[in-house]
Design a protein around this ligand. Structure first.
Ligand code: APR
Length: 233
């Protein structure tokens, strides 16, 4: 079946085989770190060095991480599919663009960028951040933070995402546990819009029952296979 407008939602499971840890489940990041301490505005206000240390460590992991076969398959889908393909990612790791995806929304921000909380400048950033880091634009120290969305902050580009889901005829969620809103609610919106819905994940997510079709296994296997069927029938 040919689809005219596809929305792909991705989560941490897509990058697991690139060596980046997921958040929940066995050995997940939220087993090792307190989410309230390292991923909320309140945690940052209480203890900025702790938050910087968490994201500096994760920014370091990105230096070794390469896109895997699943990221590459999604880039190929965007390039070769006759319909429109929009990828909405919760991942902050930059691996979609490294694989060649262009129509991409980073709803939880990007670890490869820093944001000055004083003047609002966002810019590409590869070094460690600390309380002494100065903003290259307003030159004040103490206001730089990773350009990511913390719990309690507004995810990016929600009106654009809502419009794309409303207009899509295929919605595919990949490697996400379906436990964090608003992304966890996208499948219900897609169903209301009349789209076919597909889950590709290692195991059934929290919203598995809402999907019309599902394929379970490692992303590097199930995603290229699914993309192959979409492109070549
Ligand atoms: N292939 C496919 N799926 C996998 C793989 C793999 N190799 N490994 C793990 N998974 C699946 C897990 O089964 C799980 O359902 O990926 C999912 C990862 O879930 P989470 O760790 O909860 O990640 P995600 O859904 O992206 O989290 C959403 O929570 O803390 C935040 O901001 C963070 O963006 C993140 C948000």
């Amino acid at each position: 079946m040919q689809f005219a407008s596809i929305v792909i939602l991705t989560g941490a499971g897509l990058s697991a085989e690139s060596g980046l840890g997921t958040f929940r489940g066995h050995d997940g990041l939220w087993d090792q770190y307190n989410l309230e301490e390292v991923a909320t505005p309140e945690g940052f206000a209480r203890n900025p060095p702790k938050v910087h240390e968490f994201y500096n460590l994760r920014r370091g992991w990105l230096k070794q991480a390469k896109p895997n076969a699943a990221h590459l398959a999604l880039a190929r889908l965007e390039q070769e599919h006759t319909g429109a393909v929009l990828t909405v990612t919760q991942n902050i790791d930059g691996l979609h663009e490294a694989a060649g995806s262009h129509r991409l929304i980073h709803m939880h921000g990007e670890l490869g960028r820093a944001l000055c909380a004083r003047c609002g400048t966002s810019l590409p950033w590869t070094q460690d951040l600390s309380l002494t880091t100065s903003c290259p634009v307003c030159h004040k120290a103490g206001f730089m933070r990773p350009d990511v969305v913390w719990f309690g902050e507004m995810p990016r580009e929600m009106p654009h995402i809502a419009a794309a889901i409303d207009a899509c005829d295929l919605f595919v969620a990949i490697g996400t546990s379906g436990s964090v809103y608003p992304a966890a609610g996208f499948v219900a919106e897609a169903r209301r819009a009349g789209a076919h819905t597909v889950e590709l994940n290692l195991d059934p997510s929290d919203c598995a029952s809402l999907f019309a079709e599902a394929h379970y296994g490692p992303a590097t296997e199930v995603v290229p296979a699914f993309v192959g069927r979409l492109l070549h029938g």
